[in-house]
Design a protein around this ligand. Structure first.
Ligand SMILES: Cc1cc2nc3c(=O)[nH]c(=O)nc-3n(C[C@H](O)[C@H](O)[C@H](O)COP(=O)(O)OP(=O)(O)OC[C@H]3O[C@@H](n4cnc5c(N)ncnc54)[C@H](O)[C@@H]3O)c2cc1C
Length: 387
């Protein structure tokens, strides 16, 4: 089904993204990222140069200024994932959907001036650090503290599972600045790589997204100047997270739909090419019927995701709607990619084939950004009238 969400500006931008991918995403590059466990900085700088990261950075700070038009980010996600570069899509997503928005929407003028121009070029990469070894879903259970000191804060604690954790230069870190676990006991502080006492722990060895780093972080008496308090106001961290989480969840929904679509496209091409019992695999009725289900699921995924993008662009995507999108799309993605692997036979299990990578990458979509159980909790609480 043809999608109606894009206009010619988005399609022109798609050409820019495709051109970038043709130049910078090769099999050799993918293997290099997988071996290193991270995307190289030169590729991120090239993405900055091509104008495909930092999309929402306002023009006055050197960005593309596409503030509330998430369709451009969607084009990037679609094309990068279609190019079989899930890890690169992950690295772009952390920069544009998880780090940049905290500065664009909540940063002080000084913070914007200082960081956004270099985030738009890829010289400065950001990350978001909420999760701790003992607290993931239950964010108010975090133990990382930021105690007031002369001119700033002293931070102690640890974070884990932080995407871009080994490569980022600045980290939006969720910390406790107050007692207890009331929402106003938390703040967001910007920690800079290289600050004394801030250590990047080991890169975690993951099931998927092999070419995108996920790391542990530890903080021992890290002095963070007051000017690095996001928004300049203490006690707002929980609300600030809540403001951006719908975008994070929408971005996962987009990635899920894009991966499902790419998987189906690869599967159609593969089953047209592969022969068994003297005919193409796509000529078996079982394959054709499965593909009919797959393409229909992809159509429905996009119809739903496109609607959510429109709501987001209008400033109307609620936490509950974003939670629905996140759990529903990622579960369909899992089903679609599982069938796609099956239709590839043994080759579907071999990492040279993009479907194998996409299958492994997809699994975490049901876990991060808030688990799908937490998403169902958010949706059903509202219905039950429980806050
Ligand atoms: C590859 C990867 C990248 C990540 N990137 C980041 C990042 O960049 N920044 C960051 O801050 N975090 C990141 N995370 C962390 C991720 O968001 C958490 O892993 C996730 O929120 C779950 O937290 P947890 O692992 O502590 O699981 P837990 O909270 O311990 O959950 C364990 C199980 O219990 C279930 N559960 C928990 N509470 C409830 C409940 N109330 N009702 C029903 N079931 C419940 C969960 O759904 C899950 O099935 C990343 C994780 C991974 C794996």
């Amino acid at each position: 089904m043809e999608r109606a969400i894009y206009d010619e500006d988005h399609e022109a931008f798609r050409d820019v993204v495709k051109e970038f991918l043709k130049r910078y995403v090769t099999n050799e590059k993918r293997e290099q990222w997988d071996a290193a466990g991270e995307v190289d900085r030169d590729t991120m700088l090239a993405a900055g140069e091509a104008g495909i990261i930092g999309l929402t950075v306002p023009e006055e700070f050197g960005g593309a200024g596409m503030l509330q038009d998430y369709r451009f980010r969607t084009v990037v996600n679609e094309e990068v994932i279609r190019a079989g570069a899930g890890s690169l899509a992950g690295a772009f997503g952390i920069q544009d959907d998880l780090a940049v928005p905290y500065l664009v929407h909540m940063g002080t003028d000084a913070q914007k001036q200082k960081w956004l121009p270099r985030m738009a070029t890829g010289e400065v990469l950001g990350a978001l650090a909420m999760t701790e070894p003992g607290a993931g879903s239950d964010l108010r259970g975090i133990k990382t503290t930021a105690k007031k000191a002369d001119g700033g804060y002293v931070v102690n604690g640890a974070k884990t599972f932080i995407s871009s954790g080994a490569t980022a230069d600045i980290f939006v870190v969720f910390v406790k600045t107050g007692e207890g676990n009331r929402p106003d006991a938390f703040s967001l502080l910007l920690l800079e790589s290289g600050m004394a006492g801030f250590d990047h722990g080991k890169k975690l060895h993951k099931m998927g997204f092999h070419g995108h780093d996920t790391a542990e972080l530890s903080f021992t008496d890290v002095f963070v100047p007051e000017e690095n308090l996001i928004g300049g106001e203490e006690g707002k961290g929980f609300i600030q997270l809540m403001m951006n989480l719908p975008l994070e969840r929408l971005s996962i929904g987009v990635a899920a739909a894009a991966a499902a679509q790419a998987g189906v496209e690869w599967t159609i091409a593969y089953t047209k090419d592969r022969e068994a019992f003297g005919q193409r695999v796509i000529d078996f009725q079982n394959t054709r019927f499965a593909i009919a289900d797959l393409v229909t699921t992809v159509d429905v995924l996009w119809a739903y995701v496109d609607r959510a993008i429109t709501l987001y662009n209008e400033g109307q995507l609620s936490a509950e709607e974003a939670a629905k999108v996140k759990f529903w799309t990622t579960e369909r993605e899992g089903e679609v990619l599982d069938t796609c692997v099956q239709l590839h036979g043994g080759y579907g299990y071999i990492m040279e084939y993009p479907i194998a990578r996409a299958f492994l990458d997809a699994r975490v979509h049901r876990i991060y950004g808030g688990t799908n159980e937490i998403m169902r909790d958010i949706v059903s609480r509202q219905i039950a009238g429980k806050r």
